[in-house]
Design a binder for this molecule. Structure first.
Ligand SMILES: [Zn+2]
Length: 328
């Protein structure tokens, strides 16, 4: 199991120099993606001290570097929280293309359970699969595509990461390398577009949502799953909220995400907290990232009980799924 990458990062308490990265990597100042204002207040100072160019480890799905992030600000006009300054678009895309994440494969059984649950929920709103077209953007190794096909959807995925695409295709799944911009579907050709844990990574989520609207049929659904930075757990944990991470460019609330999707032309129909299945042995590695003693106790317990491979459903209330419909 991968540990926190101490070689490229130092925490302030280690006596490192204050936040200073420009010599290592070019960062850019950005305006609010939702309202366009340049009127943001710093809410969580950056905790990264060194970043190596092209270092893709922090961009893995399973990266355990909680607490390492660039400065997070809040727009004083509309309330959107975002990373500012941040990496350039070219740097981010290059990292996603290069990222490899074998740890993810160990978690695939839990993720397939999660996708099965999410798709059951999804079909309550979208209606039955019946060969209808579903595109999963940021498909990674194809967990959603596999689960959706098994349920009767005509599903395929788009994914920038070369390793993930190769892994998905070896498994016989239709996952294509690229993004909505480099590999666009025909206009108004899709019934459902899903973005599972993806929108927070985008540098221009408003543009991406508008592109999703273009490729959906009238009456089609955009389904977005992301963190809710105004959930109770997030407010209680403050700067220790584990989703403050280097790879996250935006931190939505129910309100700011709904506003963004409406600005992209969607009607927001449902928003709810949605949990996930997680294997107990994987959960322990997550806990170890911020409390090694607690993780050690947990590890002994699940070993004693032989429960490492057991998946349990967890809903901490700070992960939400939004269903938005393109008008008929
Ligand atoms: Zn704003």
């Amino acid at each position: 199991m991968r540990n926190s990458p101490s070689k490229t990062y130092a925490r302030p308490e280690d006596g490192a120099r204050p936040f200073e990265m420009d010599s290592l990597l070019k960062l850019e100042h950005v305006r609010c993606n939702l309202c366009g204002a340049d009127d943001a207040q710093l809410i969580f100072p950056g905790t990264l001290h060194e970043v190596q160019k092209g270092d893709w480890e922090p961009f893995q799905c399973t990266y355990p570097g909680y607490g390492h992030h660039l400065p997070v600000v809040q727009c004083q006009q509309c309330g959107l929280r975002y990373t500012n300054p941040r990496f350039t678009e070219a740097e981010i895309l290059a990292r996603y293309e290069d990222v490899e994440d074998p740890t993810y494969l160990e978690q695939l059984p839990g993720r397939l359970l999660t996708f099965g649950m999410r798709l059951r929920h999804l079909e309550r709103f979208t209606g039955p699969p019946a060969g209808r077209k579903l595109l999963d953007i940021g498909a990674h190794v194809g967990g959603c595509v596999r689960a959706a096909n098994a349920r009767g959807w005509d599903a395929y995925g788009l994914e920038p990461g070369r390793w993930a695409v190769a892994t998905a295709r070896r498994g016989g799944l239709d996952v294509r390398q690229g993004t909505l911009q480099t590999n666009p579907p025909a206009p108004e050709s899709l019934d459902v577009v899903t973005l599972w844990d993806v929108i927070e990574h985008y540098i221009d989520p408003l543009h991406e949502a508008r592109d999703c609207a273009q490729v959906l049929k009238p009456g089609g659904w955009l389904v977005v799953h992301t963190m809710d930075c105004e959930a109770l757990l997030a407010r209680l944990m403050g700067k220790r909220w584990p989703w403050l991470m280097e790879m996250h460019m935006h931190y939505f609330s129910r309100r700011t995400l709904a506003a963004l999707l409406e600005a992209a032309g969607f009607e927001v129909k449902h928003i709810f907290a949605e949990g996930r299945f997680i294997r107990l042995d994987y959960l322990i590695t997550r806990i170890a990232a911020f409390s090694p003693p607690l993780a050690a106790v947990g590890q002994k317990l699940i070993e004693a009980l032989g429960l490492g491979e057991r998946a349990i459903k967890i809903n901490t209330g700070d992960l939400i799924t939004v269903y938005a419909r393109k008008p008929e």
